[in-house]
Design a protein around this ligand. Structure first.
Ligand code: GLV
Ligand code: MN
Length: 197
């Protein structure tokens, strides 16, 4: 979880050039209700990714009042077959709540055990901090979930993109050895993921 707040509010001044751990607070006489408001989770996100998902964040960058708050949310919409691919949040545990449809979800423990099940409308699942996890819509209708984090900015490392689309690139021989494949296969994955990153 993020550090505890020392003030009632510390609405992020996102335009400040001052770099601290989080964001500097805007003067409290400039704070308004809109600093604590966001309507972006109301409607389904537009699914344009070939992964078949759309992630709509409600992080501190979207709700400046979340600065020092220690929590945030997101919404993820899934087309049939859509996947939120294996990823981690370095700064947050995660709780999901199904708004629509049904998802197969899972995380992998540090003992390399997959904990997985299917959850449906109105059901909750939790993902421990830092562990690799995913969700997939195996249904024939859309699905959607509300996501809650115990960080104002959980951070996302999407394993495939992290490894194969970093810039500068992770060396081919590192990935070839790690995945026990050839550098040709590495380059195929790199170019496919680059086109959808
Ligand atoms: C999206 O931000 C997620 O963690 O699913
Ligand atoms: Mn997640």
């Amino acid at each position: 979880a993020d550090p505890v707040p020392l003030q009632d509010t510390c609405v992020a001044d996102l335009s400040s050039g001052v770099t601290i751990n989080g964001f500097v607070c805007k003067p409290s006489n400039n704070v308004t209700a809109n600093d604590f408001f966001f309507d972006g989770l109301k409607n389904p996100g537009r699914i344009i990714s070939p992964l078949g998902t759309a992630v709509t964040p409600a992080f501190v960058l979207n709700i400046p009042g979340l600065n020092t708050f220690g929590a945030s949310q997101a919404r993820v919409d899934f087309a049939p077959g859509g996947v939120n691919p294996p990823h981690t949040h370095p700064r947050a545990s995660e709780i999901i709540y199904i708004l629509e449809g049904e998802l197969e979800v899972g995380f992998i423990t540090t003992a390399n055990v997959l904990i997985t099940r299917t959850i449906t409308l109105g059901e909750t699942f939790i993902f421990p901090k830092g562990l690799v996890h995913f969700q997939i819509n195996n249904g024939v209708k859309n699905a959607a979930m509300l996501v809650s984090f115990n960080s104002q900015l959980p951070g996302i490392q999407s394993i495939a993109f992290t490894l194969f689309t970093a810039s500068p690139p992770v060396p081919d021989n590192v990935l070839a050895k790690a995945f026990q494949i050839g550098t040709k296969e590495v380059d195929i994955i790199k170019s496919r993921l680059a086109s959808i990153a």
